[in-house]
Design a protein around this ligand. Structure first.
Ligand code: KG4
Ligand code: ZN
Length: 334
């Protein structure tokens, strides 16, 4: 008998569902909340209300695309955290209600472990062990991946996430949310050495981005006092310089960790993995050291349920099930 699981992701502002059969993806559906761009960021209260509206159609679509009925399922996986608690509660309550009514086991999934699973849904897959940088709007972590469910966090941000560093500096430049992709685009025609912003000095494999944000804010305020048109006239150079500073920090830590721990396979995941400079710099250091690098396609980097389904499948195989009393946790540790 095949193992068929439904997986649900609602950790932030995406509502997603996927069906996986014996580790092979049958469907993946998703609704994104685009209205946050008008508001300059994610409003948690609005995000959870949107999750409530989207959850039923998204799950129905995933089952329909997979060509299976709810009665054909063997289990339900859901994101237990970390994430926005209101959003997490929508997906977990839905998963629990479905598991109860169909008498199916539940599988609680760690959202960041799921981001790493983007690498197992793409060819070529990295062999174990490998070093993975998870960079999104909410998280920045460096992990050593020893197996599908065996991951050790060796570094993380002490303040803002890398995506937040892009979004917050973009906001200072008057760009709409999320600013990361726009900064990437504008940086293409800019000079990355025009304005040298300092790289944070933080110990070990940890990251810090709040100093950069403050440095950019003071820099812009000072320049605008002398030339009110400064931002309009130099936006590409500022974007290129900020992007260079963020990417250099990420790459330097990755390079140090891979060298120290003698890991020759490097990977990135999460929304910021779409950044063109991060991708090319990773390829550059990999080439220099004769390391292999792995970069999943963007639809698997940003939040989705396919990666939740992949973790759920491996946990199900190991019998790692959750009781019906399981509660989502904004700071879930697994
Ligand atoms: O993983 P994701 O879709 O959502 C979560 O935060 O979980 O990541 C979104 C983040 C945003 O901060 C966005 O600005 C950033 O990824 N991002 C980028 C690029 N594309 C998306 N940052 C820099 N360059 C990009 N090309
Ligand atoms: Zn995420």
């Amino acid at each position: 008998m095949p193992i068929r699981l439904l997986a649900i992701e609602t950790s932030c502002d995406e509502t997603a569902a996927a069906v996986i059969e014996d580790g092979r993806l049958l469907s993946s559906s998703l609704v994104s909340q685009l209205e946050h761009s008008k508001l300059g960021g994610i409003v948690p209260e609005l995000a959870s209300r949107q999750q409530l509206r989207a959850i039923v159609p998204v799950v129905e679509q995933a089952l329909q695309q997979a060509g299976i009925a709810a009665g054909d399922l063997n289990g339900i996986g859901f994101t237990a955290g970390p994430g926005l608690i209101g959003s997490l509660m929508v997906g977990s309550s839905f998963a629990k209600a479905m598991a109860l009514s169909l008498n199916l086991p539940l599988i609680a999934v760690h959202h960041l472990q799921a981001h790493v699973h983007a690498l197992f849904l793409t060819e070529p897959r990295p062999g174990f062990p490998f070093l993975c940088l998870i960079v999104s709007g909410g998280h920045t972590q460096l992990v050593v991946v020893r197996d599908y469910l065996d991951m050790e966090v060796i570094g993380e941000t002490r303040d803002d996430a890398a995506g937040e560093a892009f979004d917050k500096t973009a906001r200072l430049l008057g760009l709409p949310y999320p600013g990361g992709p726009l900064m990437d685009q504008l940086a293409q025609s800019g000079d990355s050495e025009a304005f040298p912003f300092p790289e944070a000095s933080v110990g070990g494999y940890d990251f810090s981005f709040s100093g950069l944000k403050t440095a950019v804010r003071y820099f812009i305020e000072q320049q605008v006092r002398q030339d009110p048109q400064f931002v309009q006239n130099h936006i590409s150079d500022v974007c290129a310089s900020v992007q260079r500073s963020i990417v250099r920090h990420l790459i330097n830590k990755m390079e140090a960790a891979a060298s120290d721990l003698q890991l020759s396979r490097l990977a990135i995941a999460g929304g910021v993995a779409a950044n063109s400079l991060l991708r090319s710099e990773l390829q550059r250091i990999a080439h220099r050291h004769n390391w292999q690098c792995f970069i999943p396609p963007l639809n698997l980097c940003t939040d989705n349920a396919a990666v939740i389904a992949s973790v759920a499948y491996h946990k199900f195989l190991r019998g790692e099930l959750a009781p019906l009393s399981v509660a989502p946790d904004a700071r879930y540790r697994g």
